[in-house]
Design a protein around this ligand. Structure first.
Ligand SMILES: *Cc1c(COP(=O)(O)O)cnc(C)c1O
Length: 406
């Protein structure tokens, strides 16, 4: 008999980088999860914009199980069928000609930033190593990506940090223009800042960055780790904006819950990552390739992408109606199924409390900083699940309005 494990064990055995909710989910289907006690939760968190097709999707299960019975891993001394098929799907669906596979968003961004530096060096520009990034950006937790991120709290204790990275305020084209010079090798930007507060870029900002990058010979890198794979109602947010990057990073929903990331780029840039210049043991592993291929096939359909926009309306209309009653939000914003509710000044700092009370009501949500409640549910969440989840959300918000604490 195995010893039963509980939430309390986390506090003893796991490095305390996370503070998970006080229940332990054990199974899930669609957008509903159950904990060890059999209580149900509606999932508006989607594993942080990962479970794009909900939980236990029958076709994803089948793709994983069929591949699991055939071939798990070979290492990159050999290629495999699932990853080749996925690469072709990504190439056919996007601007890209070439794909580098890895296992996470941070790794995809790490590859993109390394590519930008190497492309400049290969072209003989040995001083062209500057990277321009944005305040409140989130690009991952490796030293390079956390340095490119715009939240000093996440990087300052790990100094010395990689040099040559400058930050401008997001959506401030003039500030970016002042930083982008001939010494800039790349500009990295999220088309919609996720962790940074659910802030969509303005079209003029992204268009302006494209022009600045072209003028100064810098690569425009779109970090679509959170905004990609249908999240905004377009397969990738760059399609929504009509601004094409040189490099795009994607992860999170790409594996639908199976760890997988990818960096997409053009033929000419890909050539800089020649044999031996970069790599990862698991990247493009057959299991990830099989699942990723099925995710992309199921998400990249007009009815699914249109469904994301329809669900956006369900959420926003219900949240606006709720706010008429509770008067808690300063703004409800976002694209597709990446939605943020910024709390007004009466409820500043209370996002975490709302999250905790939502869990008590049987609802999983996200926050983006202390003042923003964030939703990133499954792209195919059903209307009854949305309705029931919003009822639970209103109960949690009402409790906060009435002064509840945890
Ligand atoms: C989550 C996220 C990352 C990091 O992805 P990991 O898989 O956690 O490494 C990078 N960029 C953005 C925009 C993200 O939302």
């Amino acid at each position: 008999m195995q010893r039963p494990v509980t939430r309390q064990d986390f506090d003893q055995w796991i490095v305390p980088t996370y503070a998970p909710a006080n229940f332990v989910p054990v199974k899930a289907e669609g957008s509903t999860l159950w904990d060890q006690q059999g209580r149900s939760y509606i999932d508006f968190a989607g594993g942080i914009a990962v479970n794009a097709l909900g939980h236990a999707h029958p076709e994803l299960q089948l793709a994983l199980q069929q591949q699991a019975a055939k071939l798990w891993h070979t290492g990159n001394g050999y290629t495999n069928e699932p990853v080749l098929r996925l690469a072709k799907q990504l190439i056919d669906a996007t601007f890209a000609d070439r794909v580098f596979f890895c296992n996470s968003g941070a790794e995809a961004n790490e590859a993109a930033l390394k590519l930008a530096r190497k492309a400049a060096v290969d072209r003989g520009f040995t001083q062209k190593n500057g990277i321009v990034a944005f305040d409140h950006a989130f690009h991952g937790r490796t030293l390079f990506t956390v340095s490119a991120g715009g939240q000093p709290a996440y990087s300052k204790d790990f100094a010395p940090l990689p040099a040559g990275i400058a930050h401008a305020p997001y959506n401030d084209l003039a500030a970016a223009a002042a930083l982008i010079t001939p010494q800039t090798c790349a500009v990295i930007v999220e088309p919609v800042q996720g962790e940074g507060g659910v802030n969509p870029a303005t079209p003029t900002f992204l268009q302006g960055l494209r022009e600045l990058c072209d003028r100064h010979g810098a690569l425009l890198i779109f970090d679509e780790v959170q905004s990609g794979v249908g999240r905004t109602g377009s397969l990738y947010a760059y399609m929504h904006y009509g601004v094409t990057p040189d490099v795009l990073t994607t992860a999170k929903a790409l594996g639908g819950g199976f760890p997988m990331g990818a960096m997409l780029t053009t033929e000419s840039l890909a050539a800089h990552l020649n044999v031996g210049s970069h790599g990862t043991t698991y990247g493009g592993n057959p299991l990830a390739g099989a699942v990723g291929g099925k995710v992309l096939e199921l998400v990249n359909r007009p009815e699914v992408l249109a469904g994301v926009k329809e669900r956006h309306q369900w959420f926003v209309e219900a949240l606006q109606a709720m706010d008429q009653r509770l008067k808690m939000f300063k703004e409800i914003r976002g694209l597709g199924l990446l939605i943020g509710c910024e709390l007004n000044q009466n409820y500043r700092g209370k996002a975490k409390l709302i999250n905790q009370l939502a869990a008590r009501e049987g609802l999983m949500i996200l926050i983006a900083g202390a003042d923003i409640v964030r939703f990133a549910p499954s792209l195919i969440i059903t209307q009854p699940e949305v309705q029931e989840g919003l009822v639970r959300f209103e109960r949690a918000c009402r409790a906060v309005a009435e002064g509840a604490s945890i």
